[in-house]
Design a protein around this ligand. Structure first.
Ligand code: 0O2
Ligand code: 0O2
Length: 225
């Protein structure tokens, strides 16, 4: 196993463990029949090519080292998606209450969006993983955002990759406007949050009831649709 592979093993472990734990939080809301502030969770270890690009950008030597681990805070990254802007603070509060991780820093790109139009709430944490050589504290970046913010960020990220950050002015302007439109959508949805959640609770209950065409009890279950 190469040096990089060895260096990245605990990062993968941190991502895998936190993914299970965060998905578990969503599961607990479901068990309680309460609307979950978490819609879905994804996670990844930063690909080596991206670590290389970012180390050049930040002027950190590209080598598996303590310095890199300290200065590149998103080698392990988790993303938690929420339906409503208001859910984001609920999720942040849930993270603050946990005793299996320590929050190092919070970055609020929602009240103060980036110049690109990017909105998201970042929580940088230190998470201990147990290895055969003892405990290792891993820095993890958790991005918390709404589905609309995620939609915008995914699109912008792909375009960024294509244009290598040097967007034509027209595209940059449109992206900024699209970011505002996405935020408007979030605001509109927040206005009818109660209505939406009532409908979702009704749908979930109906889905589980015997005889419902969505019921797993019924022959064919979900696959019947
Ligand atoms: P389910 O049953 O689909 O909810 P793994 O390879 O298992 O380690 P994982 O979790 O499958 O990794 O992949 P990843 O890329 O980290 O996370 C993708 C998860 O996010 C998948 O759920 C997708 O279904 C879910 N996802 C992606 N986009 C959306 C979306 O727009 N809405 C919703 N609700 N979920 C989305 P799982 O974990 O496979 O479970
Ligand atoms: P990836 O894996 O390709 O997404 P700092 O040193 O704190 O000033 P740093 O370390 O870049 O700067 O942290 P920042 O800006 O707080 O957050 C980094 C990550 O946030 C990025 O990772 C993106 O995932 C996301 N992000 C930040 N700004 C934007 C943006 O304008 N558009 C999009 N789509 N995402 C953004 P990377 O490094 O891009 O890696």
């Amino acid at each position: 196993m190469g040096q990089w592979d060895r260096f990245l093993v605990p990062y993968k472990q941190a991502v895998d463990e936190l993914k299970v734990k965060f998905k578990g939080m969503r599961g607990q809301y479901e068990t309680d029949s309460t609307n979950s502030p978490i819609e879905f969770v994804t996670g990844r270890v930063k690909p080596l090519a991206s670590i290389y690009d970012k180390s050049l950008e930040k002027g950190i030597p590209f080598e598996p080292s303590e310095k890199l681990a300290r200065h590149m805070q998103d080698i392990a990254g988790l993303r938690m998606m929420c339906q409503f802007v208001g859910d984001i603070q609920t999720v942040v509060e849930l993270l603050r209450q946990r005793n299996d991780l320590r929050i190092i820093e919070e970055k609020d790109y929602i009240s103060r969006e980036k110049k690109s139009g990017y909105r998201s709430y970042h929580v940088i944490v230190e998470y201990p993983v147990q290895t055969i050589r003892g405990e290792k504290k891993i820095v993890v970046e958790i991005q918390i955002r709404t589905l609309a913010m995620n939609f915008w960020a995914s699109i912008e990220h792909s375009l960024n990759y294509k244009y290598k950050g040097a967007f034509p002015e027209e595209i940059q302007l449109r992206l900024q406007r699209a970011a505002e439109a996405a935020f408007q959508l979030d605001e509109e949805m927040s206005q009818i949050r109660d209505e939406i959640q009532e409908a979702q609770a009704y749908f979930n209950e109906y889905k589980e009831s015997p005889g419902s065409r969505f019921s797993a009890d019924r022959e064919g279950g979900r696959g019947e649709r």
